[in-house]
Ligand binder design. Structure first.
Ligand SMILES: Nc1ncnc2c1ncn2[C@@H]1O[C@H](COP(=O)(O)OP(=O)(O)OP(=O)(O)O)[C@@H](O)[C@H]1O
Ligand code: NI
Length: 346
């Protein structure tokens, strides 16, 4: 079953220089209990896509068209009040810097307990901020929500969770802080967790541990995950499906294994060239020549054409539609797959 469907989404920013088409006609599907990767170079629009799904787009940004459906219902992305309740309940996000979600002045346990209270409405939550409540009541360490917070910390493998729960975020290591942010994001038992570069700031060993953790949590909570990263090696190991994004558009999508074994779009092929390989350590790693275009007024059809080793004149003139290039594998390139026949036979 499909949990999330994004259809022809366009999110633009109206700036003094012109319209930045950060997300420009994106389709994306996330199945129930699936980890879906979204990869692409810096500036390709991955975070803006995530922010659109969270209802975080503010002036000068605007969702100008498209539909985002969660379990069949369109998200009310233009109603902040309705999106707020969806965020506390059905969609959560974690960021590269866990301090974007954590409050530096409150103990980790209290923050998670508050998220639990808001979600479950267990009757302990009055409409005061967690910070004010703490000043008035102190940490309610014998409450149901506090017990649940400790359970959540244990789930994300914080050692000695009942004592560490009283720590402030800065007393945690970087990896533990990200675990705490994950615990908080999952405390509302969301249908969808968006992880925007969750491990980029961490060292390699900790990165692997956090990704393992996400996989386990997906099983345990049956949460779908959208994993955003520019590190293709990470999605190979972690994701079921992968979407490759370039300059505001998705250019290729496939099963993770299929994408790595059989990349089709020249952009994906170039991107794969940039990751280190164990079987060929001598290979010199190069970044893709050139750089991602300014997303204002891209005057040519295929956004990758100027950097593409295979581009012809047609690539600059004819917008590439998605074509089937394998089983459940699509790429948007004029020189891949066969053109879809829109005529029905007979
Ligand atoms: N508030 C804003 N105003 C104007 N332009 C914006 C705004 N937010 C994002 N953009 C533009 O949207 C484009 C896409 O940015 P986005 O952050 O989504 O890229 P990304 O793929 O997440 O990159 P990274 O890997 O660096 O996180 C960029 O050109 C960026 O400058
Ligand atoms: Ni980003």
């Amino acid at each position: 079953m499909t949990l999330v469907e994004v259809e022809n989404l366009q999110t633009h920013f109206h700036t003094d220089r012109g319209i930045v088409r950060a997300v420009d006609g994106v389709d994306l599907a996330i199945g129930e209990g699936e980890i879906v990767g979204l990869v692409g170079e810096s500036g390709s629009g991955k975070s803006v896509l995530a922010e659109s799904m969270m209802g975080f787009i503010d002036e000068p940004g605007e969702i100008v068209s498209g539909d985002i459906r969660l379990a069949g219902d369109s998200l009310p992305v233009d109603s902040e009040t309705q999106m707020q309740s969806i965020r506390g309940d059905r969609i959560s996000i974690i960021f590269q810097d866990p301090m974007n979600s954590l409050n530096p002045t409150l103990s980790v346990g209290e923050q998670i307990a508050e998220a639990v209270r808001l979600h479950q409405d267990v009757g302990e939550s009055v409409s005061l901020s967690a910070e004010v409540k703490r000043r008035i009541f102190g940490a309610v360490t014998d409450s149901e929500s506090w017990r649940r917070a400790i359970e959540m910390l244990e789930t994300v493998k914080i050692p000695e969770p009942s004592s560490r729960a009283a720590d402030l975020p800065h007393q945690f290591s970087g990896g533990m802080r990200q675990r705490a942010a994950i615990a908080m994001a999952l405390s509302c038992e969301p249908d969808l967790l968006i992880a925007d570069e969750p491990t980029t700031a961490l060292d390699v060993t900790v990165q692997a541990q956090i990704l393992d953790e996400l996989r386990l949590l997906k099983e345990e909570f049956d949460t779908s995950i959208l994993l955003i990263t520019h590190n293709l090696a990470l999605v190979a190991e972690t994701c079921d499906q992968v979407n490759v994004m370039y300059a505001g558009e998705i250019v290729e999508r496939a099963d993770a294994q299929e994408l790595f074994d059989n990349p089709q779009h020249p952009y994906t092929q170039s991107l794969l060239e940039t990751i280190p390989r164990l079987d060929d350590p001598e290979r010199s790693l190069t970044a893709i020549p050139g750089s991602i275009p300014d997303l204002i007024d891209i005057p040519y059809a295929c956004h990758f054409a100027p950097r593409c080793p295979e581009a012809t004149e047609a690539c600059f003139e004819t917008p590439p539609d998605f074509r089937s290039v394998g089983e459940d594998h699509d790429a948007a390139c004029l020189y891949r797959g066969v053109e879809q026949d829109h005529q029905h036979p007979q």
